[in-house]
Design a protein around this ligand. Sequence first.
Ligand SMILES: C[S@@+](CC[C@H](N)C(=O)[O-])C[C@H]1O[C@@H](n2cnc3c(N)ncnc32)[C@H](O)[C@@H]1O
Ligand code: SF4
Length: 376
Amino acid sequence: MNNISVYVHTPFCKHKCYYCDFASFSNNEDFINEYYKALKKEIILRKNEINSRDISTVYFGGGTPSYVDSKYITDIMDILKSEFNIKKEAEITIEANPESVTEEKLENYKIAGFNRISMGLQSANNNTLKEIGRIHTFEKFLSSYELCKNAGFDNINIDLMFSLPNETLKDFIDSLEEVIMLNPTHISTYSLILEKGTKLYNNYKKNNIIIDDDLDRTMYHYCINKLSEYDYEQYEISNFAQKGYESKHNMSCWDLEDYIGFGINASGFNENTRKTNKSNIKEYINDLNNNILPINEENKLSKEELLGDYIMLGLRKIKGIDIEKINKKFNINFTDIYNDKIEKLKRQGLVMIENNHFKLTYKGLDFANTVMVEFI
Ligand SMILES: C[S@@+](CC[C@H](N)C(=O)[O-])C[C@H]1O[C@@H](n2cnc3c(N)ncnc32)[C@H](O)[C@@H]1O
Ligand code: SF4
Protein backbone atom coordinates (compact mmCIF):
# COMPACT_ATOMS: atom_id res chain seq x y z
CA MET A 1 0.00 0.00 0.00
CA ASN A 2 1.14 3.54 -0.68
CA ASN A 3 1.96 6.09 2.03
CA ILE A 4 -0.33 8.89 3.12
CA SER A 5 0.20 12.41 4.51
CA VAL A 6 -1.83 14.03 7.26
CA TYR A 7 -2.88 17.68 7.64
CA VAL A 8 -4.35 18.99 10.92
CA HIS A 9 -5.99 22.42 11.01
CA THR A 10 -5.99 24.88 13.91
CA PRO A 11 -8.45 27.72 13.20
CA PHE A 12 -7.37 30.08 15.99
CA CYS A 13 -5.23 33.22 15.81
CA LYS A 14 -4.63 35.93 18.38
CA HIS A 15 -5.42 38.58 15.80
CA LYS A 16 -6.60 38.41 12.20
CA CYS A 17 -3.98 39.75 9.76
CA TYR A 18 -5.47 42.22 7.28
CA TYR A 19 -4.60 40.16 4.16
CA CYS A 20 -5.55 36.70 5.40
CA ASP A 21 -8.59 34.71 4.32
CA PHE A 22 -7.51 31.36 5.72
CA ALA A 23 -10.03 29.58 7.95
CA SER A 24 -8.78 31.26 11.11
CA PHE A 25 -10.51 33.37 13.71
CA SER A 26 -9.56 35.65 16.55
CA ASN A 27 -11.72 36.03 19.68
CA ASN A 28 -12.91 32.43 19.39
CA GLU A 29 -10.98 31.12 22.38
CA ASP A 30 -14.16 29.77 23.98
CA PHE A 31 -14.25 27.08 21.31
CA ILE A 32 -10.68 25.83 21.68
CA ASN A 33 -11.43 23.01 24.11
CA GLU A 34 -14.53 21.78 22.25
CA TYR A 35 -12.75 22.06 18.91
CA TYR A 36 -9.88 19.77 19.83
CA LYS A 37 -12.29 17.27 21.38
CA ALA A 38 -14.17 17.22 18.07
CA LEU A 39 -10.90 16.95 16.14
CA LYS A 40 -9.94 13.84 18.11
CA LYS A 41 -13.30 12.34 17.32
CA GLU A 42 -12.91 13.12 13.62
CA ILE A 43 -9.56 11.32 13.55
CA ILE A 44 -11.07 8.23 15.18
CA LEU A 45 -14.19 8.24 13.00
CA ARG A 46 -12.11 8.48 9.82
CA LYS A 47 -9.51 5.93 10.90
CA ASN A 48 -10.44 3.58 8.08
CA GLU A 49 -9.38 6.16 5.47
CA ILE A 50 -5.80 5.74 6.60
CA ASN A 51 -6.12 2.12 7.58
CA SER A 52 -2.77 0.37 7.86
CA ARG A 53 -0.95 2.79 5.57
CA ASP A 54 2.27 4.42 6.73
CA ILE A 55 2.16 8.16 7.37
CA SER A 56 5.07 9.86 5.63
CA THR A 57 4.41 13.49 6.58
CA VAL A 58 2.31 15.31 9.15
CA TYR A 59 1.55 19.03 8.90
CA PHE A 60 -0.13 21.09 11.63
CA GLY A 61 -1.25 24.28 9.88
CA GLY A 62 -3.59 27.10 10.48
CA GLY A 63 -4.48 29.56 11.66
CA THR A 64 -1.83 29.49 14.30
CA PRO A 65 -1.15 26.12 15.94
CA SER A 66 1.43 27.80 18.20
CA TYR A 67 -1.26 30.12 19.62
CA VAL A 68 -3.16 27.41 21.55
CA ASP A 69 -1.84 25.63 24.63
CA SER A 70 0.65 23.04 23.43
CA LYS A 71 -1.25 20.28 25.24
CA TYR A 72 -3.94 20.44 22.53
CA ILE A 73 -1.33 19.91 19.85
CA THR A 74 0.57 17.17 21.65
CA ASP A 75 -2.70 15.35 22.49
CA ILE A 76 -3.54 15.20 18.78
CA MET A 77 -0.02 13.99 17.98
CA ASP A 78 -0.42 11.28 20.66
CA ILE A 79 -3.61 10.07 18.99
CA LEU A 80 -1.98 10.01 15.58
CA LYS A 81 0.94 8.05 17.00
CA SER A 82 -1.22 5.57 18.86
CA GLU A 83 -3.72 4.96 16.04
CA PHE A 84 -1.39 4.95 13.03
CA ASN A 85 2.07 4.07 11.92
CA ILE A 86 4.02 7.31 11.48
CA LYS A 87 7.24 6.52 9.65
CA LYS A 88 10.43 6.96 11.63
CA GLU A 89 11.82 9.43 9.12
CA ALA A 90 8.49 11.30 8.71
CA GLU A 91 8.61 15.06 8.31
CA ILE A 92 6.42 16.54 11.07
CA THR A 93 5.80 20.28 10.73
CA ILE A 94 4.08 22.86 12.89
CA GLU A 95 3.24 26.39 11.79
CA ALA A 96 4.09 29.07 14.28
CA ASN A 97 3.60 32.77 14.71
CA PRO A 98 6.60 34.61 16.24
CA GLU A 99 4.25 36.22 18.74
CA SER A 100 3.20 32.98 20.41
CA VAL A 101 6.16 30.59 20.56
CA THR A 102 7.62 29.98 24.00
CA GLU A 103 10.45 27.81 25.27
CA GLU A 104 7.95 25.51 26.98
CA LYS A 105 5.76 25.03 23.89
CA LEU A 106 8.80 24.31 21.72
CA GLU A 107 10.07 21.75 24.19
CA ASN A 108 6.68 20.02 24.14
CA TYR A 109 6.59 20.02 20.34
CA LYS A 110 10.03 18.46 20.27
CA ILE A 111 9.02 15.72 22.71
CA ALA A 112 5.86 15.06 20.66
CA GLY A 113 8.00 14.41 17.57
CA PHE A 114 7.81 17.64 15.55
CA ASN A 115 10.98 18.10 13.54
CA ARG A 116 10.17 21.12 11.37
CA ILE A 117 8.83 24.60 12.17
CA SER A 118 7.33 27.03 9.70
CA MET A 119 7.31 30.62 10.95
CA GLY A 120 5.50 33.54 9.43
CA LEU A 121 7.63 36.67 9.31
CA GLN A 122 6.18 38.34 6.14
CA SER A 123 8.46 41.40 6.41
CA ALA A 124 11.43 42.56 8.46
CA ASN A 125 10.12 46.12 8.36
CA ASN A 126 8.14 47.04 11.47
CA ASN A 127 6.05 49.68 9.67
CA THR A 128 5.03 47.15 7.01
CA LEU A 129 4.21 44.58 9.69
CA LYS A 130 1.87 47.11 11.32
CA GLU A 131 0.22 47.97 8.01
CA ILE A 132 -0.71 44.34 7.38
CA GLY A 133 -1.97 43.73 10.90
CA ARG A 134 0.85 41.55 12.21
CA ILE A 135 1.14 41.64 15.98
CA HIS A 136 4.88 41.02 16.27
CA THR A 137 7.91 43.12 15.47
CA PHE A 138 10.99 41.96 13.59
CA GLU A 139 12.89 41.92 16.91
CA LYS A 140 10.27 39.59 18.41
CA PHE A 141 10.65 37.33 15.38
CA LEU A 142 14.43 37.21 15.90
CA SER A 143 14.07 36.16 19.52
CA SER A 144 11.46 33.51 18.62
CA TYR A 145 13.68 32.18 15.85
CA GLU A 146 16.50 31.91 18.36
CA LEU A 147 14.21 30.03 20.76
CA CYS A 148 13.42 27.53 17.99
CA LYS A 149 17.11 26.99 17.30
CA ASN A 150 17.89 26.61 21.01
CA ALA A 151 15.09 24.08 21.37
CA GLY A 152 16.88 21.95 18.79
CA PHE A 153 14.86 22.74 15.67
CA ASP A 154 17.31 22.91 12.83
CA ASN A 155 14.78 22.58 10.02
CA ILE A 156 12.96 25.92 9.95
CA ASN A 157 10.97 27.59 7.19
CA ILE A 158 10.44 31.35 7.12
CA ASP A 159 7.46 32.82 5.23
CA LEU A 160 7.98 36.17 3.54
CA MET A 161 5.48 38.15 1.51
CA PHE A 162 6.11 40.83 -1.10
CA SER A 163 4.18 43.63 -2.83
CA LEU A 164 2.92 44.60 0.60
CA PRO A 165 1.31 48.03 1.20
CA ASN A 166 3.78 50.86 0.57
CA GLU A 167 6.62 48.35 0.33
CA THR A 168 9.52 49.54 -1.83
CA LEU A 169 11.96 47.28 -3.65
CA LYS A 170 14.57 48.29 -1.08
CA ASP A 171 12.26 47.29 1.81
CA PHE A 172 11.81 43.86 0.28
CA ILE A 173 15.52 43.43 -0.46
CA ASP A 174 16.29 44.35 3.17
CA SER A 175 13.76 41.79 4.44
CA LEU A 176 15.14 39.09 2.18
CA GLU A 177 18.70 39.84 3.29
CA GLU A 178 17.74 39.70 6.96
CA VAL A 179 16.20 36.29 6.35
CA ILE A 180 19.19 34.99 4.37
CA MET A 181 21.50 36.05 7.21
CA LEU A 182 19.64 33.70 9.54
CA ASN A 183 20.46 30.81 7.21
CA PRO A 184 17.13 28.95 7.55
CA THR A 185 16.85 25.62 5.74
CA HIS A 186 13.74 26.76 3.84
CA ILE A 187 12.23 30.05 2.65
CA SER A 188 8.75 30.59 1.18
CA THR A 189 8.03 33.89 -0.56
CA TYR A 190 4.49 34.80 -1.52
CA SER A 191 3.31 37.63 -3.69
CA LEU A 192 0.43 39.40 -1.92
CA ILE A 193 -2.96 38.15 -3.06
CA LEU A 194 -5.77 40.58 -2.34
CA GLU A 195 -8.41 38.20 -1.06
CA LYS A 196 -12.03 39.36 -1.25
CA GLY A 197 -13.51 40.18 2.13
CA THR A 198 -10.21 40.92 3.87
CA LYS A 199 -9.53 44.27 5.50
CA LEU A 200 -6.75 44.95 3.03
CA TYR A 201 -8.95 44.17 0.03
CA ASN A 202 -11.64 46.56 1.27
CA ASN A 203 -9.07 49.25 1.96
CA TYR A 204 -7.50 48.93 -1.51
CA LYS A 205 -10.95 49.05 -3.15
CA LYS A 206 -12.06 52.07 -1.12
CA ASN A 207 -8.92 54.03 -1.88
CA ASN A 208 -8.48 52.83 -5.47
CA ILE A 209 -5.08 51.32 -4.67
CA ILE A 210 -3.80 48.75 -7.14
CA ILE A 211 -0.86 46.39 -6.88
CA ASP A 212 2.07 47.48 -9.07
CA ASP A 213 2.55 44.37 -11.22
CA ASP A 214 5.94 45.46 -12.57
CA LEU A 215 7.30 46.02 -9.08
CA ASP A 216 5.80 42.68 -7.99
CA ARG A 217 7.64 40.83 -10.78
CA THR A 218 10.87 42.75 -10.10
CA MET A 219 10.69 41.64 -6.45
CA TYR A 220 9.98 38.04 -7.44
CA HIS A 221 12.89 37.82 -9.88
CA TYR A 222 15.21 39.58 -7.46
CA CYS A 223 14.25 36.97 -4.90
CA ILE A 224 14.90 34.01 -7.24
CA ASN A 225 18.32 35.35 -8.23
CA LYS A 226 19.41 36.39 -4.76
CA LEU A 227 18.40 33.11 -3.14
CA SER A 228 20.21 31.09 -5.78
CA GLU A 229 23.40 33.04 -4.97
CA TYR A 230 23.08 31.68 -1.44
CA ASP A 231 22.48 28.10 -2.57
CA TYR A 232 18.76 28.06 -1.99
CA GLU A 233 17.29 25.96 -4.74
CA GLN A 234 13.94 27.07 -6.04
CA TYR A 235 11.92 23.87 -6.25
CA GLU A 236 8.45 25.36 -6.58
CA ILE A 237 6.99 28.70 -7.70
CA SER A 238 7.12 30.15 -4.16
CA ASN A 239 9.47 27.77 -2.35
CA PHE A 240 13.24 27.66 -1.88
CA ALA A 241 15.30 25.18 0.11
CA GLN A 242 18.82 24.30 1.06
CA LYS A 243 19.90 20.94 -0.33
CA GLY A 244 17.81 18.13 1.12
CA TYR A 245 15.34 20.42 2.90
CA GLU A 246 12.51 20.64 0.36
CA SER A 247 9.20 20.29 2.20
CA LYS A 248 8.24 16.64 1.80
CA HIS A 249 4.66 17.39 2.79
CA ASN A 250 4.15 20.02 0.09
CA MET A 251 5.99 17.92 -2.49
CA SER A 252 3.63 15.03 -1.87
CA CYS A 253 0.65 17.36 -2.52
CA TRP A 254 2.20 18.64 -5.76
CA ASP A 255 2.84 15.03 -6.79
CA LEU A 256 -0.88 14.32 -6.25
CA GLU A 257 -0.17 11.74 -3.58
CA ASP A 258 -2.77 10.83 -0.98
CA TYR A 259 -3.32 13.05 2.03
CA ILE A 260 -6.06 13.42 4.58
CA GLY A 261 -7.13 16.70 6.19
CA PHE A 262 -8.59 16.93 9.69
CA GLY A 263 -10.24 20.02 11.17
CA ILE A 264 -12.43 22.81 9.83
CA ASN A 265 -12.11 23.62 6.16
CA ALA A 266 -9.36 21.00 5.83
CA SER A 267 -9.27 19.25 2.51
CA GLY A 268 -7.78 15.98 1.46
CA PHE A 269 -7.17 13.85 -1.59
CA ASN A 270 -7.39 10.14 -1.05
CA GLU A 271 -8.01 7.29 -3.45
CA ASN A 272 -8.92 9.73 -6.25
CA THR A 273 -11.48 11.52 -4.08
CA ARG A 274 -11.29 15.12 -2.88
CA LYS A 275 -12.98 15.92 0.41
CA THR A 276 -13.35 19.25 2.16
CA ASN A 277 -14.67 19.76 5.66
CA LYS A 278 -17.19 22.36 6.75
CA SER A 279 -15.71 25.74 7.53
CA ASN A 280 -18.08 26.77 10.29
CA ILE A 281 -16.59 25.92 13.64
CA LYS A 282 -19.94 25.48 15.44
CA GLU A 283 -21.28 23.18 12.73
CA TYR A 284 -18.04 21.21 12.74
CA ILE A 285 -18.24 20.66 16.51
CA ASN A 286 -21.99 19.89 16.44
CA ASP A 287 -21.63 17.32 13.67
CA LEU A 288 -18.91 15.48 15.50
CA ASN A 289 -20.79 15.63 18.80
CA ASN A 290 -23.54 13.78 16.92
CA ASN A 291 -21.10 11.31 15.38
CA ILE A 292 -21.60 12.83 11.93
CA LEU A 293 -18.64 13.46 9.65
CA PRO A 294 -18.36 17.24 9.02
CA ILE A 295 -17.83 16.88 5.28
CA ASN A 296 -18.86 19.81 3.12
CA GLU A 297 -17.88 18.47 -0.28
CA GLU A 298 -16.83 15.12 -1.65
CA ASN A 299 -15.89 14.49 -5.29
CA LYS A 300 -14.54 11.41 -6.94
CA LEU A 301 -12.36 12.67 -9.77
CA SER A 302 -12.67 11.31 -13.30
CA LYS A 303 -9.51 10.27 -15.14
CA GLU A 304 -9.59 13.58 -17.08
CA GLU A 305 -9.91 15.59 -13.88
CA LEU A 306 -7.08 13.66 -12.25
CA LEU A 307 -4.88 14.28 -15.26
CA GLY A 308 -5.73 18.01 -15.22
CA ASP A 309 -4.89 18.25 -11.51
CA TYR A 310 -1.69 16.26 -11.97
CA ILE A 311 -0.50 18.64 -14.70
CA MET A 312 -1.55 21.78 -12.84
CA LEU A 313 0.18 20.74 -9.62
CA GLY A 314 3.18 19.28 -11.45
CA LEU A 315 3.81 22.56 -13.25
CA ARG A 316 4.21 24.28 -9.87
CA LYS A 317 7.40 22.27 -9.40
CA ILE A 318 10.48 23.81 -10.99
CA LYS A 319 11.63 20.43 -12.28
CA GLY A 320 8.21 20.03 -13.84
CA ILE A 321 6.39 16.87 -14.86
CA ASP A 322 8.27 13.66 -15.52
CA ILE A 323 6.89 12.66 -18.92
CA GLU A 324 7.66 8.98 -18.48
CA LYS A 325 5.87 8.97 -15.13
CA ILE A 326 2.73 10.74 -16.36
CA ASN A 327 2.54 8.43 -19.37
CA LYS A 328 2.70 5.38 -17.13
CA LYS A 329 0.33 6.71 -14.46
CA PHE A 330 -2.42 7.67 -16.92
CA ASN A 331 -1.60 5.26 -19.71
CA ILE A 332 -1.24 8.10 -22.22
CA ASN A 333 1.28 9.64 -24.56
CA PHE A 334 1.49 13.09 -22.99
CA THR A 335 3.45 14.88 -25.72
CA ASP A 336 1.16 13.42 -28.41
CA ILE A 337 -2.17 14.33 -26.87
CA TYR A 338 -1.08 17.83 -25.87
CA ASN A 339 1.16 18.44 -28.87
CA ASP A 340 -0.68 21.56 -30.14
CA LYS A 341 -0.86 23.21 -26.74
CA ILE A 342 2.75 22.40 -25.92
CA GLU A 343 3.98 23.80 -29.25
CA LYS A 344 1.92 26.99 -28.82
CA LEU A 345 3.23 27.56 -25.27
CA LYS A 346 6.77 26.79 -26.42
CA ARG A 347 6.49 29.45 -29.15
CA GLN A 348 5.38 31.90 -26.46
CA GLY A 349 8.49 30.98 -24.48
CA LEU A 350 6.47 29.82 -21.46
CA VAL A 351 7.29 26.10 -21.32
CA MET A 352 10.03 23.71 -22.31
CA ILE A 353 10.91 20.05 -22.27
CA GLU A 354 14.21 19.27 -20.61
CA ASN A 355 15.54 15.84 -19.56
CA ASN A 356 12.15 14.38 -20.46
CA HIS A 357 10.41 16.79 -18.03
CA PHE A 358 7.73 19.26 -19.11
CA LYS A 359 8.15 22.50 -17.20
CA LEU A 360 7.74 26.26 -17.02
CA THR A 361 10.54 28.45 -18.33
CA TYR A 362 11.91 31.36 -16.30
CA LYS A 363 9.47 33.60 -18.20
CA GLY A 364 6.72 31.01 -17.71
CA LEU A 365 6.98 31.37 -13.92
CA ASP A 366 5.26 34.76 -14.33
CA PHE A 367 2.46 33.24 -16.39
CA ALA A 368 1.94 29.97 -14.55
CA ASN A 369 -1.84 30.41 -14.45
CA THR A 370 -2.05 31.08 -18.19
CA VAL A 371 -0.14 27.86 -18.82
CA MET A 372 -2.13 25.79 -16.33
CA VAL A 373 -5.57 26.70 -17.70
CA GLU A 374 -4.56 25.19 -21.05
CA PHE A 375 -4.59 21.76 -19.39
CA ILE A 376 -7.76 21.90 -17.32
C1 LIG B 1 -1.68 29.83 6.85
S1 LIG B 1 -0.49 31.06 6.98
C2 LIG B 1 0.15 30.43 8.50
C3 LIG B 1 1.29 31.15 9.16
C4 LIG B 1 1.07 31.71 10.56
N1 LIG B 1 -0.29 31.68 10.95
C5 LIG B 1 1.56 33.13 10.55
O1 LIG B 1 0.89 33.93 9.89
O2 LIG B 1 2.54 33.43 11.18
C6 LIG B 1 0.74 30.62 5.78
C7 LIG B 1 1.37 31.72 4.98
O3 LIG B 1 0.58 32.09 3.86
C8 LIG B 1 0.97 33.38 3.42
N2 LIG B 1 -0.27 34.14 3.10
C9 LIG B 1 -1.40 34.19 3.81
N3 LIG B 1 -2.30 34.98 3.21
C10 LIG B 1 -1.73 35.45 2.07
C11 LIG B 1 -2.16 36.35 1.01
N4 LIG B 1 -3.35 36.91 1.03
N5 LIG B 1 -1.29 36.58 0.00
C12 LIG B 1 -0.07 36.01 -0.02
N6 LIG B 1 0.38 35.18 0.96
C13 LIG B 1 -0.43 34.91 1.99
C14 LIG B 1 1.75 34.03 4.56
O4 LIG B 1 3.11 34.15 4.20
C15 LIG B 1 1.58 33.05 5.71
O5 LIG B 1 2.68 33.01 6.55
S1 SF4 C 1 -1.59 35.01 8.39
FE1 SF4 C 1 -1.39 33.52 10.00
S2 SF4 C 1 -1.57 34.68 11.94
FE2 SF4 C 1 -2.31 35.99 10.33
S3 SF4 C 1 -4.54 35.64 10.37
FE3 SF4 C 1 -3.66 34.30 8.77
S4 SF4 C 1 -3.32 32.37 9.79
FE4 SF4 C 1 -3.61 33.94 11.41
